[in-house]
Write a protein that binds this ligand. Structure first.
Ligand code: NAD
Length: 273
């Protein structure tokens, strides 16, 4: 490990993403697995986080508060839930730590609260940390610009495992936003999130969303551009959570030492502009 390897703490270390993140940090020679945080009062407090992740002992015991790990880490990776993430962001701002946020499902008020920290702390916030999805966002921008604002019906279809609590996925919303922005539309105005009964034909400008929740699907997204005579589909399929975890570790290495600001994976991958 290099002397400049950032010390990474993972919050929600017993969760699906938390356990995968432990494995991803462990596989990265340019990062140090410094701390793992479980819920306050959790019976998992004190358990080795390598054992939580099914990797065997790594010599890092889970703690049940960020305060208990305060001096041990440079950057926090947070894949939990909005309320918890905002509290952790406040902690990072106060204590000079960078933060990588993968949590999805933040409402407008929570997004505004998050944005309120952009002058105080380096934040990397992305609803999807996979390199492939972020490249897909770039492809969608290109497709939308080339096809233009007329003639193509746009639908976003996503599928995830049965435990996912927010819908549509943060990634689906981001895809819708990228397409809407490229076409000069507002997703707030033109997004259609439910169709049932006699809801009439679709309008030209709407961007429709459809959601599947089933089994153990890791995450699949398709954006369809359909017109008379042809249909273009741009699809990304994740087959393992490791793709998100590896992206988050890459993001953590990138964001450490940056000026305060709100960055995303397009910044990390150099896809802006
Ligand atoms: P999960 O329910 O398996 O894990 C969440 C974990 O957070 C749980 O272990 C829970 O104990 C822990 N937690 C809750 N409150 C806590 C607290 N106060 N302190 C410490 N830990 C706490 O969920 P998951 O599937 O791992 O997903 C978590 C989030 O990450 C969701 O919002 C999901 O949509 C998002 N996600 C994002 C990406 C991405 O690339 N950005 C990828 C996958 C999942």
């Amino acid at each position: 490990m290099s002397r400049n390897a950032p010390r990474i703490a993972i919050v929600g270390v017993a969760g699906r993403m938390g356990r995968t993140l432990v494995a991803a940090v462990e596989q990265e020679p340019q990062a140090e697995l410094a701390a793992g945080i479980v819920e306050p009062g959790s019976s998992l407090t004190g358990v080795d986080i390598g054992e939580l992740a099914g990797l065997g002992r790594l010599g890092v015991a889970a703690v049940d508060s960020l305060a208990a790990a305060k001096d041990d880490f440079d950057v926090l990776i947070d894949f939990t839930q909005p309320r918890v993430t905002l509290a952790n962001l406040a902690f990072c701002a106060e204590h000079g730590k960078a933060i990588v946020i993968g949590t999805t499902g933040l409402d407008d008020d929570e997004l505004a609260q998050l944005d309120g920290y952009r002058d105080r702390v380096a934040i990397l916030f992305a609803p999807n940390m996979s390199v492939g999805v972020n490249l897909t966002l770039k492809l969608l921008e290109t497709a939308a610009r080339a096809l233009g604002d007329e003639g193509y019906d746009i639908e976003v279809i996503e599928a995830h495992h049965r435990h996912k609590v927010d819908s549509p996925s943060g990634t689906a919303l981001k895809m819708g936003e990228v397409v809407a922005e490229s076409l000069g539309r507002s997703l707030k105005e033109h997004g259609v999130f439910a169709r049932e009964g006699q809801c009439g034909p679709r309008s030209d400008k709407e961007i429709g969303f459809a959601t599947v929740r089933a089994g153990d699907i890791v995450g699949e997204h398709t954006v369809m551009f359909a017109t008379e005579g042809e249909r273009i589909e741009i699809t990304h399929k994740a087959s393992s959570r490791m793709t998100f975890a590896k992206g988050a570790v890459r993001a953590a290495r990138w964001v450490v030492g940056r000026d305060a600001g709100c960055y995303d994976m397009q910044d990390v991958l150099g896809l802006k502009g």
